[in-house]
Design a protein around this ligand. Structure first.
Ligand code: M7G
Length: 345
């Protein structure tokens, strides 16, 4: 199948779903035209799309001034000896618009070269109602998922195909159909193996915002709730080999990495997040992220820890399932026989 291409000028905005001045992101809903061909005719329809724009973080290279010492040279010599055009804010080509200068204080707008002025852009097309919910700014609530709630509310929900995000992108990666050239490391073992690759959210370049995910080859592991002592070798393998691969390729030490799983995840195929510790990646708050080292330790101490634990997670107020997780919902009632006896000898 031919690779999809997008022409941003054909996008039609429907509404802004979310924007954040701190993370400098904006997320919009709209449509792209789509051509459908039959044997005789070609019709143009539209497909709903979410577009996420994010201003990228500065890199050390952006503020390089070494070329300024070489007079009129138009090119810098990179470490590998190749010549690249200057791409720093401090270059002749950068335009400065003077807002005001007051004594020692200057205020400007700066228009740098396009090469260092890129914006990261993610497209989800065609998107579903569930994607729209995920990307829409909404009030969230924290709920406590007991094992009983997991079995009676979460698990049945996961069984309903339509409630889940499709995992096709995951299988495309595991089957080497997509993102093959982006793979950082692969252990092909069906039981202990995984693929480590840059996350969708990372531009793949700036180490300050490093973000990779390890996707397990085992197909039956959904989330934290699936993990028992049987999976300790898999988890330790991801930890050890993931850390080694990242050190080799990106020069990041294990003490500079935040390695964790989300609960609840958006995608119910077990994967582990690796992010640069100094980077406040989305989803690193304590109500969602569980450090892999803690997960391993909890299971070492109690083999069925994640089947017995009450695990918090956040849910959007507008989510139809929110009411089922509320403390006053009758779905909380544990079968009497299973209730622990408090104070029993
Ligand atoms: P999650 O904890 O299930 O959900 O993590 P979250 O998105 O709410 O954090 C799934 C991770 O997979 C996220 O960090 C996504 O950015 C990443 N991801 C999602 N998709 C659709 C892709 C993809 O197509 N390719 C890659 N490389 N990463 C993806």
């Amino acid at each position: 199948m031919a690779e999809k291409t997008y022409d941003l000028s054909t996008f039609r905005l429907e509404r802004i779903l979310n924007k954040n001045s701190k993370t400098k992101t904006i997320c919009v809903l709209g449509t792209f035209p789509s051509q459908q061909s039959s044997d005789t005719t070609t019709t143009t329809t539209t497909e709903p799309a979410i577009v996420v724009l994010e201003k990228t973080a500065f890199t050390d290279h952006d503020v390089n001034t070494t070329h300024n010492n070489h007079g009129n040279d138009d090119y810098d010599n990179d470490d590998d000896g190749s010549a690249t055009q200057r791409n720093s804010y401090f270059s002749l080509e950068t335009q400065l618009q003077n807002e005001f200068i007051n004594d020692i204080y200057g205020n400007f707008l700066c228009f740098p070269l396009p090469a260092i002025n890129s914006v990261k852009l993610n497209i989800i097309c065609p998107c579903t109602e569930k994607h729209i919910q995920k990307y829409t700014s909404q009030d969230i609530r924290i709920v406590l998922e007991t094992p009983h709630l997991y079995n009676t509310v979460t698990e049945p929900r996961l069984q309903l195909e339509r409630e889940q995000f499709t995992l096709d992108w995951v299988y495309n990666i595991l089957e080497h159909k997509k993102e093959v050239d982006r793979i950082i490391f692969e252990d092909p073992c069906k039981k202990l193996g995984f693929i480590l690759l840059p996350d969708f959210k990372w531009d793949g370049k700036n180490p300050e915002t490093f973000y990779a995910i390890a996707i397990v080859h085992q197909l039956n592991l959904r989330s934290l709730r699936s993990l028992t002592a049987e999976h300790l070798p898999l988890l330790r393998n991801i930890q050890t080999k993931g850390i080694a691969a990242i050190a080799e390729k990106y020069g990041l030490d294990e003490t500079q990495l935040r390695i964790y799983v989300h609960y609840q995840p958006s995608f119910y195929h077990l994967h582990v997040h690796f992010t640069f510790l100094k980077y406040e990646a989305p989803g690193t708050h304590c109500e969602r992220s569980h450090l892999l080292s803690t997960v391993i330790n909890n299971i070492e101490l109690v083999t069925d820890y994640y089947q017995r634990a009450t695990i918090p997670f956040t849910i959007k107020e507008s989510d139809p399932y929110y009411q089922k997780y509320r403390p006053d919902a009758d779905t909380h009632a544990e079968p009497i026989a299973k209730k622990p006896k408090i104070g029993a000898d």
